[in-house]
Design a protein around this ligand. Structure first.
Ligand code: ADP
Ligand code: 5GP
Length: 185
């Protein structure tokens, strides 16, 4: 008899490579289900509604929160982000491998509400490399980068709260380790 899969939460500072790792995992294993979050942030070039995020207004976000439709939510660097609850619970009930890519505050909330969730911290090889990646992505203004680096200091300090840490030196290696952890091989 197979166990009900645990929820896997991937967190780590902005720019560490979370989206890149997840995209790599899902390219080879599309059966890994990634929750699509709601956010009040504006789309980056190439980001699509319903695929990368559900892009919502402040009023829509207020409603999602008031109606208890989010499993967790947080304000991050000036925008709000949240995980729609129903879709996650449905997938877990179906026995699917479920992955959340969320910030530290969200990871803490999931730990409270779903005690069997597995919390994985994605760490950069060094602070300098994190700055290089965040800047090199070229999607944020210098002010926003500064804000995200500020948040990164707090996130890095919280690493011991997680069940395990993976250092993102090689996207391929980290993706393989996560897949093994989620029993997707
Ligand atoms: P996050 O989702 O954590 O904010 P991204 O996935 O957008 O981060 O990655 C930030 C930048 O770092 C991107 O330009 C990406 O191509 C690059 N990157 C991700 N992983 C690696 C890696 N292992 N080595 C070098 N560059 C990487
Ligand atoms: P970005 O704006 O770069 O896409 O995401 C910024 C931060 O918000 C990242 O750390 C990302 O993991 C986090 N994030 C994305 N979706 C959610 C969510 O639903 N809940 C929480 N708490 N954080 C999220």
């Amino acid at each position: 008899m197979s166990e009900r899969p645990r929820l896997t939460v991937l967190s780590g500072p902005s720019g560490v490579g979370k989206s890149t790792v997840v995209a790599h995992m899902r390219k080879e294993h599309p059966e890994v289900w990634l929750s699509v979050s709601a956010t009040t942030r504006k789309p980056r070039p190439g980001e699509r509604h319903g695929v990368h995020y559900f892009f919502v207004t402040d009023e829509e976000m207020d409603k999602l929160i008031a109606n208890g439709e989010l499993l967790e939510w947080a304000e991050f660097a000036g925008n709000r982000y949240g995980t729609p609850r129903a879709a996650v619970l449905e997938r877990l009930e179906n026995g699917e491998a479920v992955l959340l890519e969320i910030d530290l505050q969200g990871a803490r909330q999931v730990r409270e509400s779903m005690s069997d969730a597995r919390l994985v911290f994605l760490a950069p090889p060094s602070w300098e490399e994190l700055v290089r990646r965040l800047t090199g992505r070229g999607t944020e203004s210098p002010e926003v980068i500064e804000r995200r680096l500020e948040a990164a200091r707090t996130e890095l300090a919280a690493e011991p709260e997680f069940d395990m840490t993976l250092v993102n030196t090689s996207v391929e290696d980290v993706a393989r380790e996560l897949l093994a952890l989620m029993d997707v091989v």
